[in-house]
Design a binder for this molecule. Sequence first.
Ligand SMILES: C[S@@+](CC[C@H](N)C(=O)[O-])C[C@H]1O[C@@H](n2cnc3c(N)ncnc32)[C@H](O)[C@@H]1O
Length: 275
Amino acid sequence: MDIPTDVPTSARLYGWYLGGKDNYEIDRKFAMMNLPDFPETVDVTRQNRLFLYRAVRHLVQKAGIRQFLDMGCGLPTNENVHQVAQRFAPESRVVYVDIDPIVLAHARALLSDDESTTIITADLRDPEAILASEEVTRLLDLSQPLAVLYLSVGHHLRDEDDPRRVLHSVIDRAAPGSHLAFTQAMADDVERGAALQARMNAAGVPWQTRSRTEIAELFEGLEPVEPGLVDVDDWRPDPDQPPLPQVDPELMPYIGATEKHKGLYEYGGVFRKPA
Ligand SMILES: C[S@@+](CC[C@H](N)C(=O)[O-])C[C@H]1O[C@@H](n2cnc3c(N)ncnc32)[C@H](O)[C@@H]1O
């Protein structure tokens, strides 16, 4: 397995902000260089991960979903999708997908004794290959409702990837009653969004900023679940949900930055495929 250590990666950066240890100096240096300009990043990352818990719990408890395809799943932390889903419905099945080989390396260890959950290294921009994979055909049944997750992944899809095609490819083939959850980093200030995009692309992390209207257009044809597309921190907040691991002392000064100013956030929601 080829793990690049000369460029930062999305999975390792994001994992560090969640309190993870599976990252390299290049990731930490890149993060510390950007945080003075984008101090909300640590809070916003953590708010996205807390949204993941609430969205999966909703999908299991309220929507009756028992199978998940988690596209761009990231490095394992606590409260991973299969753990949340199986806590509320032990029979839940999960296929994780990520392009970064470090994710497979760490997730395999976590999943070694779980026959209803697996992980593959694949590019979510090639959904046909993912749907045809042995892991998906073994664990997921497209004739039954499923949930496909694209969490903190939307910004990694550039316009040339045809995001509407990518995001609809699974749900279009799935049974009515299937759900899709999506989030993407967003800046209210267009110039700040463009600066973030330029910085991420220059570092080799594919990045595309979008407006709220552009994001809403991606999901035309699907029914938004209340409260629709919002700052995910406002999506059915639950002060009693399990907390995330603490961050490294180096990142502590940035915890709480969104209480002072929040121009950067994760924007998204949950959608249902109508009958
Ligand atoms: C910011 S992390 C989000 C992790 C997780 N979904 C969450 O919300 O907690 C984005 C993840 O998407 C993965 N990713 C980016 N582009 C991808 C692609 N084309 N195919 C598969 N995974 C991709 C990255 O490797 C990274 O692990």
